[in-house]
Design a protein around this ligand. Structure first.
Ligand code: FES
Ligand code: MG
Length: 595
């Protein structure tokens, strides 16, 4: 370790050893002594390490962090630091109404205040459930004090009737079985519970495994820290090592802006394709990048990521689950395979252990090529996203690799026009409207229809609802039609494998083109040109635009003060769903030392 700063440079000295103002020092000190910390611990120049605690009874996915934090503290103390646990606003993906995504920016804001306004020299970010990871990385980016992320780890593999039962994914499957009358409610519940056998986050390649893998891909976790299942002994061990490492990072003054560079984001985009990462990833990575002042948009995701092969065979795109991912080598093995094929753009990107991504992973290979494949024999050739544009929206993401052969046969088999399809729009204004109308025979929905979901973006359904992957009417499912093309301004769960066009920006509630669409319109989607358009004349479009400007797009009223503040300030999905203006506050720990 090369020490770059001295004891006097520690932020915490402003509070606990302020030579110009001993009175304030006494005031700051006395209250931290009242639960047993000693003056020596606080004044002898040990870095104060915050542990951003996202685990709680309200956050079951991250709850195991409460246990792991004991090992993090041991590591911090062993390396000569003092640990202070910081409660973070709880986020639980499936339990929070209207959506956990609404709270990402709230957890971000509160952690920024905690890290900036209190005597913290470095921080361990307890990541896990979907939005906890971006919330904490965004806060670390804004404050820019030394920071290291620690995953809580995925749950053990779930099993049902001898087959792997993956979080979320098995529930989508069971829902289809329930709709088709193959199982009853009790069995539906049994299947759901089977997919959650232990502490930890979703064991599929949903948004949680994606974002935890990408925290490692960005260089913000110790190598191998993302994939270790929560109950494994290695999880406790890496917690200890993470605690040790953050103390050295404070002395080295190694900050998020040194690690999360443009190069690191380009690596992460490539790794996201290789792991088959969630369509929520562009929202979160674009958001983290904004807080660092790193330019990143959805054109980068297509340009850098689309042609990268899929190497990781995890549900929903593949077969396996979290324990298999770990046993095949986790993120270092994926990066090692990409490096061997010359596909990682920036091996020299720095990571939190002080070494580069190349140093950490060059010697690593898959130890089970059924789970992590090689780049020569991948699962799919082009696993990234395309970025669609047209009169319906300026940007929307689609994961083309999850298009099924059946879907391809129905919609993409015209030899004259192989990658394009047209259909009649069936438009739903929010999930409630969808539930009311989808099975109504009067809608006459058939396989020539395209289902549209609007009013489900960051403003319309504050935070953006995960509702774009819509099931066909039950009468079509019974005829064997399991999927219709879906388009929308909402999101889709990372555990769903549907080939939807989602995260459309600007959303209907932000006066985007989706608000101009009418039930029955013809729509054309072209996957080669990456276009999506309503097939009406320019004049008709202008008339509808004028009417929309006059009337506005209706969305349900806010239910809480935060929903109103969020709607007022939120940016669109393509801009990371950050709060307008928040990205102007950068590197605030250094520029703006509290007095
Ligand atoms: Fe929390 Fe999936 S619901 S990790
Ligand atoms: Mg989700």
């Amino acid at each position: 370790m090369t020490k770059k700063i001295s004891v006097d440079d520690l932020r915490s000295r402003d509070w606990f050893m302020n030579k110009e103002n001993p009175e304030m020092t006494a005031l700051y000190l006395e209250r931290y002594l009242n639960y047993g910390l000693t003056r020596a611990e606080l004044q002898s120049g040990k870095p104060i390490i915050g542990i951003a605690q996202t685990g709680s009874d309200l956050s079951p996915c991250n709850r195991h962090h409460i246990e792991l934090t004991k090992r993090v503290r041991d590591g911090i103390i062993a390396a000569g630091g003092t640990a202070i646990e910081i409660p973070v606003h709880p986020i639980q993906e499936t339990g929070k109404r209207p959506t956990a995504s609404l709270d990402r920016n709230l957890a971000y804001l509160s952690l920024v205040e905690s890290l900036h306004g209190y005597p913290i020299d470095g921080v361990v970010l307890n990541i896990g459930c979907d939005k906890t990871t971006p919330a904490l990385l965004m806060a670390a980016a804004t404050v820019n004090i030394p920071a290291i992320a620690l995953s809580v780890g995925p749950m053990l593999n779930g099993w049902w009737k001898g087959e792997r039962a993956g979080s979320g994914t098995v529930i989508w499957k069971a829902r289809e079985m329930l709709a088709a009358g193959e199982i009853d409610d009790a069995e539906f519940m049994e299947i759901a519970a089977a997919s959650a056998p232990s502490v930890g986050y979703c064991n599929t390649m949903g948004t949680a495994t994606t974002m935890n893998s990408l925290a490692e891909a960005l260089g913000m976790q110790l190598p191998g820290a993302a994939a270790i299942p929560a109950p494994y002994r290695e999880r406790g061990q890496i917690s200890y090592e993470t605690g040790q490492r953050i103390v050295d990072m404070v002395w080295e003054d190694l900050r998020p802006s040194d690690v999360m560079t443009r190069e690191a984001f380009e690596n992460a985009i490539v790794i996201n394709s290789a792991i088959g990462g969630s369509t929520n990833a562009p929202i979160h990575l674009n958001g983290i990048a904004r807080h660092l002042g790193v330019p990143l948009d959805n054109d980068d995701w297509q340009g850098i990521g689309h042609k990268v092969p899929l190497l990781v065979n995890l549900q929903p795109a593949g077969e396996y689950l979290g324990e298999d991912y770990q046993q095949a080598g986790g993120v270092p093995a994926v990066v090692g395979e990409l490096l061997a094929a010359g596909l990682l753009p920036h091996p020299q990107a720095l990571t939190v252990n002080g070494a580069t991504m190349g140093d950490n992973c060059t010697a690593r290979r898959s130890t089970n090529t059924k789970v992590i494949l090689t780049a020569e024999a991948p699962l799919k050739a082009e696993a990234g996203f395309i970025n669609l544009k047209g009169n319906l929206f300026d940007s929307a993401i689609m994961k083309t690799s999850v298009i099924s052969p059946a879907f391809r046969k129905t919609y993409l088999s015209n030899p004259k026009d192989p990658e394009a399809f047209e259909g009649r729009a069936v438009v739903f204004d929010g999930p409630e409207d969808f539930h009311h109308r989808i099975d109504d025979p009067a809608e006459k929905i058939d396989e020539n229809c395209i289902l549209f979901m609007r009013g489900a973006g960051p403003k319309g359904y504050p935070g953006g609802a995960e509702v774009v992957n819509m099931r066909p009417p039950n009468y079509l499912i019974k005829q064997g039609i399991k999927a219709l093309p879906c388009v929308g301004d909402g999101r889709q769960s990372g555990t769903s494998g549907s080939p939807s066009i989602l995260n459309a920006a600007p959303e209907a509630a932000d006066m985007g083109g989706l608000a101009l669409l009418r039930n029955g319109d013809r729509v054309r989607i072209d996957l080669t040109k990456c276009s999506a358009d309503i097939l009406i004349s320019e004049d008709e479009l202008a008339e509808r635009r004028a009417a929309l400007t006059a009337e506005g797009y209706d969305h349900p009223a806010s239910q809480t003060p935060w929903q109103e503040i969020f709607r007022d300030r939120v940016e669109q999905f393509d801009r990371g769903m950050t709060l307008r203006g928040a990205d102007q506050y950068r590197d605030i720990a250094r520029q703006n030392r509290p007095r």
